[in-house]
Design a protein. Structure first.
Length: 363
């Protein structure tokens, strides 16, 4: 599968929900498949907080496999033989789009902690500018999991005429108190790192690696189900010759240490704080009831929850469906077992694939 990677510059800028403004900005995107003549086969993928534009295929530069490669590709649930699939790195991210590691054109210095607060609504608005740039009038399907699912929901509310179908997977109309609490523990571990320097670590030519590592380790515990962790690791001891440190006893400790170390090498701390804050702050019913917000929706919704997901359990998706039904939104809701907890939306299964494929291809 051919991967088309492009950095797109937007001179028109963007007014943000916070009241701030980006006078111009860049979005890094990847696309797969071919756009047909009438541009009716376009699919937009929205990533979760630590994801990026590389959703599928093998990146020839990094050697990384796309984060949703199980779902996107030739003959897969989102079939790139049939659809033109686009994914962009969100504003405030650290994978090419304008964010805290970018240069602030007004100062000539890295934004760092001074990058403005961004929101799910801001991301959707920036993606709408991307839509216009690509000459796409209406997306056939807009989909994402977790924070990406929140974006798909907001797309259906903000731009009801601009999409035919939306996929909202392992997501919610707003984060719970527990979600916010766990994100705050992660953010505090970053802020308390001696190398954070109040967000100005780039100027100090350093990085709060320990804080990022701890934040990611906590995150991974919330992404997995207890059953999956027991099956994968149990109480097995780590072999001595493969321990990442001498203090490790168990395989699960080694796994979390590895994931934390890898993440701290690749992700930006200010982006982490921005992204998790955007997740915490999103509330589709912030200015009106969820029913009133969803009354604007014209597209069909596919809502999928996973029984092993305790971060955004299936009942959070059910809330969206029930609100939609009250306002005559065409909603399909499915709860699947899933083995991987919250991460289940990332993994293919016969039933999951069949549901997505049938929904996309239905008239």
């Amino acid at each position: 599968m051919k991967i088309n990677k492009e950095l797109i510059h937007f001179n028109e800028g963007l007014d943000l929900e916070s009241g701030s403004r980006l006078d111009s900005f860049d979005l890094m995107i990847e696309s797969y498949g071919q756009l047909n003549k009438d541009k009716s086969n376009a699919v937009l993928i929205c990533h979760a907080f630590s994801g990026d534009h590389h959703a599928a295929g093998l990146d020839p530069e990094s050697g990384d496999i796309g984060w949703w490669d199980n779902i996107i590709g030739p003959d897969k649930a989102i079939d790139t033989n049939k659809y033109f699939v686009v994914c962009s790195n969100n504003l405030g991210g650290c994978s090419g789009s304008t964010g805290p590691t970018s240069i602030n054109q007004s100062t000539g210095k890295v934004y760092g902690k001074d990058f403005p607060i961004v929101s799910v609504v801001d991301w959707v608005n920036s993606q709408k500018l991307l839509t216009d740039f690509l000459g796409i009038t209406k997306w056939h399907f807009v989909a994402g999991g977790s924070l990406g699912g929140m974006q798909a929901l907001q797309w259906s509310i903000s731009f009801p005429d601009s999409l035919s179908k939306a996929g909202i997977f392992a997501a919610a109309a707003k984060s719970s108190t527990q979600n916010i609490a766990m994100n705050e523990v992660s953010r505090e571990s970053i802020r308390k790192d001696a190398n954070f320097f109040d967000g100005n670590y780039i100027e100090k030519n350093t990085k709060p690696r320990n804080g990022l590592k701890a934040a990611r380790m906590l995150g991974h515990i919330t992404y997995l189900s207890e059953r999956h962790m027991n099956l994968k690791f149990g109480r097995k001891f780590q072999k001595a010759d493969s321990k990442l440190s001498g203090e490790i006893d168990y395989e699960v400790e080694n796994y979390l240490q590895y994931k934390g170390e890898k993440f701290s090498d690749s992700f930006d701390a200010n982006s982490y704080i921005l992204m998790t804050k955007a997740m915490d702050n999103y509330d589709a019913s912030a200015s009106e009831s969820l029913e009133d917000a969803m009354s604007k929706i014209l597209c069909r919704l596919l809502i999928i929850g996973f029984e092993s997901d305790w971060l955004y359990p299936p009942e959070r998706g059910k809330e969206i469906q029930l609100a939609g039904m009250k306002t005559n939104v065409n909603c399909t809701y499915v709860s699947l077992p899933g083995e991987q907890g919250h991460d289940s939306f990332l993994f293919a299964s016969e039933k999951y694939d069949e549901i997505i494929k049938s929904f996309i291809e239905s008239k």
